[in-house]
Design a protein around this ligand. Structure first.
Ligand code: ADP
Length: 170
């Protein structure tokens, strides 16, 4: 029976687990939630082969929004940005992948100004003004870690091995 079968070590899994792994924090902003494009956005990262390790709908505080965007504190649009991010629930996501996952997610998202974002990117397809660009993605692996730690509590993240890992990572 299944219960008595000895656990087998599947070599590709073992090798994949030794590869460098990065994390990125992706967030559907309040306009994306209101516009009903959460499923579309999640689907793009799933199809790219990223591994979802955290997901929640969340109304964030002003303090959290300000901490998240602290590098932009001196920008003239900062107060507007904080109002925007706290204007309704956001969808917080932690995604994991091999080296390059953070930059790859930024490509799927497209340029900050949706007018400059290429076709087939999330912002290029779904948004127009920079102040309503519907999605956030970390800009470096360091910020990926920092932002995931900021938005998620430890028990909210899941460690799991997708069966497709050996087909998605070298
Ligand atoms: P990104 O989100 O692409 O990493 P930034 O870190 O430069 O871009 O800016 C963070 C967010 O601040 C943007 O996604 C956008 O929502 C907002 N923002 C940036 N520049 C402007 C601007 N000129 N006017 C209004 N909002 C802006």
């Amino acid at each position: 029976s299944l219960r008595t079968t000895k656990p087998r070590i599947f070599l590709p899994h073992l090798i994949a687990s030794l590869e460098q792994v990065d994390q990125t924090y992706i967030m559907v902003k309040p306009d994306g939630v209101q516009r009903g494009v959460v499923g579309d956005i999640i689907s793009r990262f799933e199809k790219k082969g990223f591994k979802l390790t955290g997901l929640k709908l969340y109304q964030c505080s002003k303090d959290l929004a300000e901490e998240h965007y602290k590098d932009l504190k001196l920008k003239s649009f900062f107060p507007k940005l904080i109002d925007y991010i706290t204007s309704g629930p956001v969808v917080c996501m932690a995604w994991e992948g091999c080296f390059g996952v953070v930059a790859s997610a930024r490509k799927l998202i497209g340029a900050t100004d949706p007018l400059q974002a290429g076709p087939d990117t999330i912002r290029g397809d779904l948004a127009v003004p920079t102040g309503r660009n519907i999605v956030h993605g970390s800009d470096s692996p360091e910020n990926g870690k920092r932002e995931i730690a900021l938005w998620f509590k430890e028990g909210e993240l899941c460690e799991w091995t997708p069966v497709l890992t050996p087909w998605l990572r070298e």
